[in-house]
Design a protein around this ligand. Structure first.
Ligand code: V47
Length: 366
């Protein structure tokens, strides 16, 4: 161990003890990335062995028109701006049909808060996808969209979730959490729902049996303390409900945003965030190294720094590519398997709810 300040944390990790806020700060302050990685890898092996999960998925972003103006976002447009789009339900149907012969088990749907669309459109997007591909898991709409739909319709969060579940919702993605910090919110995403509301909506979803993911957006103006508080709030909710499936730390990509002057997070920081998340979130089964965000090379290394999931085939990702991501637009099942095997891990195909899939059978079933 290069950094002796990590010894007490190391001892706790080996003893299976929960890390405190101070331990988390100590981890972020240390540059001993190999010791941090070793601890995270130890926890990863305890929880998942050498298994590394991936999924065959498709992204659909039905609209990029958004009433909010988050400074970190390169995806949103105002209605009259170049590049603004809004898909008809027919276009959504067509998008699903385009890939109908591929063995996709998860469709990830998120978009803008579009005042030009009726409440029913958001519900009908789910219904339409489910009609075309009844067996697929639909992972859709962040807590931000749920709160928006409630405000637009005058319904409660509970009623909105019930409408979505009735239409076919199976799980919710982890976006919209950003950093649970009033200070950062005031500066970067003023109009977004509060941390308390994000937590409350996920808690409500969990109470209805809807499993959800969680994220943290790092690499902008946030402080270490804010990130550790964020992780501890997620850990507390997981203690209460057990409803989170996976956690993904997301590095801010500055290109084409109003924060373009900020430097991009480095590979060192990316690995540290993966590892610290693995160590702090002792009650999360999975930590995802989202290859679209990290790039394939770093995602491979992240598998030895605490991550046990690399997301999936991700056909047509927009949020990161509009913010300058140079990663490719999709990967095949064989590419995903190969990149996992190459690092000495065992690829396991899963659906959105982490049910394991036997790819030979799913290939036949379609
Ligand atoms: O909430 C937006 C982030 C999130 C930028 O749950 C940006 O499985 C970096 O949450 N640079 C949306 N990040 C994406 C997301 C997600 C993606 C894949 C899988 C899952 C899952 C969730 O992306 C936003 C925000 O935190 N984001 N703009 C940007 N310029």
């Amino acid at each position: 161990m290069v950094d002796s300040a990590l010894q007490p944390v190391y001892d706790k990790v080996m003893a299976g003890e929960r890390l405190t806020f101070e331990d988390g700060i100590r981890l972020f302050e240390s540059n001993d990335i190999l010791t941090i990685g070793e601890m995270a890898h130890y926890v990863r092996l305890q929880k998942n062995g050498l298994k590394t999960y991936f999924t065959m998925n498709q992204h659909i972003n039905p609209t990029n028109i958004c009433r909010n103006e988050c400074l970190f976002c390169a995806f949103y447009r105002k209605e009259d701006q170049d590049g603004a789009y809004r898909m008809s339900l027919d276009a959504v149907r067509q998008k699903v049909l385009e890939r109908i012969n591929e063995p996709i088990t998860e469709i990830h749907i998120v978009g803008g808060l579009d005042d030009g669309l009726p409440y029913d459109y958001y519900i009908d997007v789910i219904r339409t996808v489910k009609e075309v591909r009844p067996k697929v898991n639909i992972k859709a709409y962040t807590a931000v969209e749920i709160a928006y739909l409630a405000e637009r319709s005058g319904k409660s969060w509970c009623e909105v979730l019930d409408d979505l579940i009735e239409a076919g919702l199976n799980a919710m993605p982890g976006g919209g959490a950003e950093v649970f910090s009033e200070r950062v919110k005031r500066k970067l995403f003023m109009d977004k729902l509060s941390a308390d509301d994000w937590i409350a909506i996920h808690k409500l979803a969990h109470s209805k049996g809807i499993r959800t993911n969680a994220t943290l957006l790092y690499g902008h103006i946030e402080k270490d303390e804010e990130k550790i508080e964020h992780l501890i709030r997620l850990r507390n909710l997981q203690d209460e409900t057990g409803g989170f499936l996976t956690f993904l730390p997301l590095a801010f990509h500055p290109e084409n945003t109003r924060l373009a002057r900020l430097p991009m997070a480095t590979g060192f920081e990316d690995l540290k965030h993966i590892a610290v998340s693995r160590l702090m979130l002792d009650n999360f089964e999975h930590i995802k190294a989202y290859w679209v965000m990290l790039g394939v090379d770093l995602a491979q290394i992240a598998l030895s720094f605490g991550a046990d999931d690399i997301d999936g085939s991700v056909v047509e990702e927009k949020i990161y590519h509009m913010a300058g991501s140079k990663s490719s637009q999709m990967m095949t099942r064989n590419q995903l398997k190969q990149l996992i095997q190459e690092c000495g891990f065992i690829p396991v195909e899963r659906d959105a709810l982490y049910h394991e899939i036997n790819s030979e059978i799913s290939e036949i079933a379609g």
